[in-house]
Write a protein that binds this ligand. Structure first.
Ligand SMILES: CCCCC/C=C/C(=O)SCCNC(=O)CCNC(=O)[C@H](O)C(C)(C)COP(=O)(O)OP(=O)(O)OC[C@H]1O[C@@H](n2cnc3c(N)ncnc32)[C@H](O)[C@@H]1OP(=O)(O)O
Ligand SMILES: NC(=O)C1=CN([C@@H]2O[C@H](COP(=O)(O)OP(=O)(O)OC[C@H]3O[C@@H](n4cnc5c(N)ncnc54)[C@H](OP(=O)(O)O)[C@@H]3O)[C@@H](O)[C@H]2O)C=CC1
Length: 284
């Protein structure tokens, strides 16, 4: 039977989730979260705020960011809002400058913004391929490089967490994002070594199927099978992912770098996932 999932929790629900960490864990730290106007990014930003952090949030649509910021401010946390696209290197440089001007520091970068469309790879247009590579590989790279340059120049430590995906057995229907996320993972492993001298840690979180409104991009036929992509036979929730981010970014993760934490209910070991629907060839 298909799990009954409403894709996404209300802001009120996010504010009242039980916390699994000490509420002072990120006191006075500044955390930048991309794609915080919805889904995982919103949940991650709210959780860091509830754990004492000051927030800077970015994404393209200002209205959605302002709504997240209003919720974050209910926790008593400061939150600055930055409408921009991570696909443009100049806008990313401006973003990081502004965050340092507004907050005087940056401690954690959560590279969450991303997305793709399901389509058989054989049908990709050049523009579609480039849109996904720009959003999920080039954008996160611009963010990492600009943040690291500032940490190096200021002589302060930093932590980066990149949200990727469960790519280990390929991702039929979203080959473009699989390629981009593989790039981010091996970029992260390389940067973990290159940037260790600056005190910068670089890690990834790979979510399996998590109930967010972003899931609406997939056809009903595909979504109806997603809960059977893992042996727990259900979707994860946004806090499964935000907790992994807080572990990696915080003091418990201080000896962890170049790592990927997979938060997928065992999906990487079991089951099938057809993001664009199951092709006829695989139905029998
Ligand atoms: C369940 C496991 C799946 C894998 C794990 C990941 C899960 C998730 O990520 S959950 C959802 C996350 N959120 C999203 O995916 C958000 C929705 N997606 C997007 O916003 C887009 O895919 C985007 C990231 C590429 C958006 O780029 P943007 O430039 O804003 O979009 P455009 O509309 O301008 O499209 C550019 C270009 O891309 C091609 N294209 C876009 N959508 C489709 C589509 N549905 N089918 C085929 N091709 C598509 C197309 O070539 C577009 O250009 P034009 O033809 O000129 O419009
Ligand atoms: N939900 C899931 O099961 C999984 C999700 N993921 C990944 O987790 C991340 C969050 O996904 P989720 O919350 O589910 O989906 P959403 O679609 O809700 O979130 C994506 C966010 O990224 C922002 N964004 C997209 N493109 C850009 C851009 N060019 N510049 C700045 N911001 C951008 C969007 O805001 P705006 O459009 O306003 O810019 C949006 O807030 C994504 O990278 C996704 O691919 C990975 C595996 C599984």
């Amino acid at each position: 039977m298909t799990q009954d999932v409403t894709f996404g929790l209300s802001d009120e629900a996010l504010l009242n989730l039980p916390l699994h960490f000490n509420p002072d864990l990120f006191k006075d730290q500044v955390v930048l979260v991309s794609g915080a106007g919805s889904g995982l990014g919103k949940a991650i930003a709210i959780q860091f705020a509830r754990l004492g952090a000051r927030l800077a949030i970015c994404g393209r649509r200002i209205e959605r960011l302002e709504a997240t910021a209003a919720t974050i401010r209910k926790t008593g946390a400061r939150c600055s809002v930055h409408a921009m696209t991570i696909r443009d290197a100049a806008q990313v440089e401006q973003l990081i400058d502004t965050v340092w001007q507004d907050h005087g520091r940056l401690d954690v970068l959560i590279n969450n913004a991303g997305g793709q469309f399901p389509q058989p790879a054989i049908d990709y247009s050049v523009k579609g391929w480039n849109a996904v590579i720009d959003t999920n590989l080039n954008g996160p790279w611009y963010m990492m490089q600009q943040a690291a340059r500032r940490w190096r120049d200021a002589g302060t430590a930093g932590s980066i967490v990149n949200i990727v995906a469960v790519i280990w057995r390929g991702m039929p229907g979203v080959a473009h994002t699989c390629a981009a996320r593989a790039g981010v993972i091996y970029l992260s492993k390389t940067l973990a070594v290159e940037w260790a001298p600056f005190g910068v840690r670089v890690n990834c979180v790979a979510p399996g199927v998590i109930a967010t409104e972003g899931m609406n991009v997939y056809p009903d036929e595909a979504r109806a099978e997603f809960d059977r992509s893992n042996p727990m036979k259900r979707f994860g929730d946004v806090q499964d992912v935000s907790d992994a981010c807080c572990y990696l970014a915080g003091p418990a993760g201080k000896f962890v770098t170049g790592e990927v934490i997979t938060v997928d209910g065992g999906h990487q070991l079991w089951g099938e996932q057809w993001t664009a629907g199951r092709p006829d060839y695989f139905k029998v």
